[in-house]
Write a protein that binds this ligand. Structure first.
Ligand code: SF4
Length: 226
């Protein structure tokens, strides 16, 4: 958790931003950090994985299946957004993927806080497009107005065109379920966000990100709300 975060995904165009990481991962020695599993070329230079491997900050484990198997996941600071009284843009699970298979059991509790703390703006981002769309599909039937609230930004991060192509049908599905998607105020690409995980690796990375859909193309394919 980091209050006062300046990263654009946290502030979402607001003055005040924060990251909120309610899923903690304890390593075999009990050291607390985070966990995820790299699933895509765009994960190659994941900032979160590097931070977690540094034992000053994390539990020292890599974001691999083996690292995940050695981790014990637990919910922490679940009510933190409810305790922040001033509105913030909050990047949820900036150190992992909220819709990773390993995290799905935590999604209902986390979303309960997200729905209730409606004076903030939350960014929910995933590379597991299908998991997000399926969860929304299963849940939206009995709480559509809550999931479609403008304070919740549903986003899919893609690092290359192939991932953008894969994400698009799921974003369309989300639109069918939740209605017109809000226009994200940051970046050029609303809701489908593109880019490598570390800006400084943009040139060096072997998985250098190619251009993805341009904003007008996304708007044409996924008509957005205001
Ligand atoms: S899904 Fe996100 S947090 Fe997980 S390894 Fe990939 S870039 Fe890192």
């Amino acid at each position: 958790m980091s209050d006062g975060s300046k990263i654009s995904l946290a502030t979402l165009g607001l003055d005040r931003g924060a990251t909120w990481n309610p899923i903690a991962a304890y390593g075999p020695d009990g050291k607390r950090g985070w966990a995820c599993v790299k699933i895509d070329a765009a994960c190659a230079n994941c900032d979160a994985a590097m931070l977690n491997q540094n034992r000053r900050f994390g539990n020292g484990l890599d974001y691999t299946v083996q690292g995940m198997q050695q981790s014990r996941l637990e919910l922490v600071n679940l009510d933190q957004p409810l305790r922040w009284k001033k509105p913030r843009g909050i990047f949820v699970c900036s150190m992992t993927d909220l819709f990773g298979d390993f995290a799905m059991r935590f999604v209902p509790s986390i979303m309960d806080t997200v729905v209730r703390a409606n004076w903030h703006r939350f960014a929910l981002l995933t590379k597991r497009f299908e998991n997000m769309a399926n969860w929304v599909g299963l849940t939206s039937g009995f709480m559509p107005d809550k999931l479609a609230s403008p304070h919740i930004w549903w986003g899919m991060t893609v690092g290359h065109q192939k991932a953008a192509d894969e994400a698009l049908p799921y974003m369309r599905r989300m639109r069918e379920l939740l209605g017109p998607l809000p226009r994200c105020p940051i970046g050029r690409l609303p809701l489908i966000l593109a880019g490598p995980q570390r800006r400084q690796h943009r040139v060096r990375s072997p998985h250098r990100c190619g251009p993805c859909y341009r904003s007008w193309e996304v708007r044409r394919m996924l008509p957005l709300g205001q």
